[in-house]
Design a protein around this ligand. Structure first.
Ligand SMILES: *[C@@H]1O[C@H](CO)[C@@H](O)[C@H](O)[C@H]1NC(C)=O
Ligand SMILES: *[C@@H]1O[C@H](CO)[C@@H](O)[C@H](O)[C@H]1NC(C)=O
Ligand SMILES: *[C@@H]1O[C@H](CO)[C@@H](O)[C@H](O)[C@H]1NC(C)=O
Ligand SMILES: *[C@@H]1O[C@H](CO)[C@@H](O)[C@H](O)[C@H]1NC(C)=O
Ligand SMILES: *[C@@H]1O[C@H](CO)[C@@H](O)[C@H](O)[C@H]1NC(C)=O
Ligand SMILES: *[C@@H]1O[C@H](CO)[C@@H](O)[C@H](O)[C@H]1NC(C)=O
Ligand SMILES: *[C@@H]1O[C@H](CO)[C@@H](O)[C@H](O)[C@H]1NC(C)=O
Ligand SMILES: *[C@@H]1O[C@H](CO)[C@@H](O)[C@H](O)[C@H]1NC(C)=O
Ligand SMILES: *[C@@H]1O[C@H](CO)[C@@H](O)[C@H](O)[C@H]1NC(C)=O
Length: 518
């Protein structure tokens, strides 16, 4: 089933994952470069000759599960994608930081069925006062470290001002006017006064660009949509055919319910989206392998793909693909299940965060096996030595790059190392949180799916950054409203946010500042 190479990769991944527990003495079984520093409880990892350090959790905040947005719908799913609104991040002289986060939900409350939820993003102001003490805060005090205040919601619209939808994409709209063939809602659905069927978007990634526009990645396509600040659709990026969901006749079918014959698996589209702002290169990554690369099974969904587009002057010169790489995903020790990747974030040339996780935690269910997360990590990977397969035969779906999960001999994948562990018990306890056990508001959430970086601005630690991360709570509340209709999901899962402090020596001075417009 597996080649010798892939067994070696799995073995290394198992061990790098096992060695990462903050404060744990990992020396005895350290087969990787992982080391711990007990005095500070920091965790460090080497990648490409650079040592990166996780200093632990420094902030926690939440928005209650029953909060409603300005359109009257429950505010949920907002950790699908987050970004700092350009030019808002500020260090105050009293040690706090303020700014505005733009957060993007996915496709509305869809536990029972998908709904006609219009794509939107919210602005959330914050006051962040980092806590790096060793005492355990109680849950109430922990929430004062990251205070979140909802400001407003901006809807996103299809071209011509049409509404978008979260409904399953059962139909296609042909390519026209510079836009590719896109996913649209059920043609049987009566829609008054619109030229087009609703464009369906299941948003999972967000970039706030320096010109005020936004890029949103989606799972149906998998596509990347470019919206102006007011939410008008400007352009749409369609990846190579190898990524697109094709049925057995080679026709596009964007449904998330049935897996295609080749291309992205259902609900496994572009979860990852990030920007190298200095060079205007946008990166999008599939949550796990395409079907032809083993993506129909968690046991073989080991190798995902990341694509890169040059978006300099995107509205004048349409984005062009400039790279494509294979990225290995971590695998569980016990069951050999792939930990799919919910987000990526650009760090420095060739280096990225990858937020990979299991499906346990708050929101996953009520049995203890569901509430105990086993893997939630913002890991690092490098494409420095990886093969760029853009434009190669692997862009044709009939040439898999990893059939059955076995990587083609001609391709070197990215180097992936374990880094920031979300579910370290001691770190969680410092903020009144826990992993496993009772499903209450202090249980760490299941679906962490977003990352954003900002500078600490500490002259004593010039390479330190804050890594903000938020969870998608699936709109789970007992007191919900979904497109005007009340619902009870039977459980309350708040919108949780965490902030870690990390040392990233590979970042060139000023680049994170430039990316967030400060
Ligand atoms: C890439 O390869 C070079 C030369 O073998 C090595 O020094 C470097 O550490 C590698 N980088 C990564 C990220 O693996
Ligand atoms: C949410 O629930 C809490 C606790 O039941 C309640 O105090 C609050 O008013 C509710 N908020 C909204 C917006 O419904
Ligand atoms: C710093 O000032 C801001 C604005 O007045 C305030 O919200 C924040 O709580 C203060 N932080 C500290 C640590 O006092
Ligand atoms: C907390 O942060 C302050 C300011 O950077 C620093 O002086 C102090 O050493 C830190 N404490 C710990 C326990 O890391
Ligand atoms: C979009 O949906 C809203 C809410 O259902 C509706 O009021 C509006 O008329 C729709 N817009 C168009 C262009 O159909
Ligand atoms: C896509 O597949 C679904 C499920 O099999 C089916 O209901 C739908 O009609 C198909 N759509 C197209 C455009 O073929
Ligand atoms: C919108 O729909 C209403 C009701 O069907 C109809 O009376 C009206 O003419 C339509 N407007 C446009 C611009 O199509
Ligand atoms: C939204 O912004 C676009 C591009 O900036 C502009 O062309 C359009 O007129 C604006 N639409 C509205 C409704 O303000
Ligand atoms: C982008 O546009 C600016 C201004 O028109 C121009 O100076 C620059 O060369 C363009 N860059 C690219 C990559 O086309």
């Amino acid at each position: 089933m597996f080649s010798l190479d892939s067994i070696l990769v799995l073995f290394l991944l198992f061990n790098s994952a096992r060695c990462l527990s903050i404060g744990e003495n990992s020396a005895a079984r350290s087969l990787t470069t992982q080391t711990t520093s007990p005095s500070t409880s920091a965790v460090s990892v080497a990648l490409g000759g650079v040592t990166y350090v996780n200093k632990g959790i420094v902030g926690f905040g939440l928005i209650p599960s029953n909060f409603t947005d300005s359109l009257g719908d429950t505010l949920g799913g907002i950790g699908s994608g987050i970004a700092f609104k350009q030019a808002t991040w500020k260090s105050l002289s009293n040690g706090s930081y303020t700014g505005t986060l733009v957060v993007h939900p996915d496709r509305g409350y869809n536990v029972i069925s998908t709904v006609d939820y219009r794509s939107r993003q919210h602005e959330i102001d914050f006051v962040f006062t980092p806590y790096n003490g060793t005492d355990d805060l109680d849950f109430e005090s922990a929430q004062t470290t990251l205070q979140l205040t909802y400001v407003d919601t901006i809807l996103q619209f299809d071209r011509g001002g049409g509404n978008t939808s979260g409904l399953d994409a059962l139909a296609v709209r042909a390519a026209e006017n510079g836009f590719p063939t896109v996913a649209v809602a059920d043609p049987e659905m009566p829609i008054a006064n619109e030229t087009y069927q609703h464009l369906t978007i299941d948003a999972e990634g967000l970039i706030a660009a320096s010109d005020g526009s936004y890029w949103v990645s989606d799972e149906y396509g998998p596509y990347v949509y470019h919206f102006s600040a007011n939410g008008s659709l400007i352009q749409t990026i369609q990846p190579p055919e190898a990524f697109l969901p094709l049925d057995s006749n080679g026709d596009l079918n964007f449904t998330s319910v049935v897996n295609p014959t080749t291309g992205r698996a259902g609900n496994t589209g572009f979860e990852g989206l990030t920007l190298d702002a200095e060079n205007d290169i946008l990166y999008a990554m599939l949550q796990a392998a395409t079907i032809q690369d083993g993506g129909d099974d968690d046991d073989t969904s080991l190798y995902t793909r990341m694509v890169a587009y040059d978006i300099a002057n995107a509205t004048v010169t349409p984005p062009t693909m400039v790279g494509e790489w294979v990225v290995p995903l971590p695998v569980s020790t016990s069951k050999s299940k792939t930990r799919k990747c919910s987000e990526i974030h650009f760090v420095s040339e060739n280096v990225f965060f990858a937020l990979s996780r299991d499906g346990n935690g708050n929101g996953a269910g009520t049995s203890s096996s569901d509430t105990t997360s086993k893997y939630k990590q913002a890991d690092l990977f490098s494409i420095a030595n990886a093969t760029n397969i853009a434009g190669s035969k692997f862009d044709d779906p009939s040439n898999p790059v990893a059939p059955g999960g076995v990587l083609d001999d001609s391709v070197t994948p990215a180097t992936y190392v374990s880094f920031v562990n979300y579910i370290d018990d001691d770190q969680l306890a410092r903020f009144g949180l826990h992993n496993g056990g009772d499903e209450d508001s202090t249980l760490v959430n299941e679906k962490w799916e977003s990352l954003a970086l900002a500078p600490v601005n500490d002259p004593a630690n010039p390479d330190d950054y804050f890594l903000f991360t938020a969870s998608d709570n699936d709109f789970l509340t007992e007191d919900g409203i979904s497109i005007g209709v009340p619902y009870n999901a039977g459980v309350n899962v708040d919108n949780q946010f965490l902030v870690f402090q990390v040392t990233l020596p590979s970042v060139s001075p000023g680049t994170i500042q430039q990316a967030i417009g400060i």
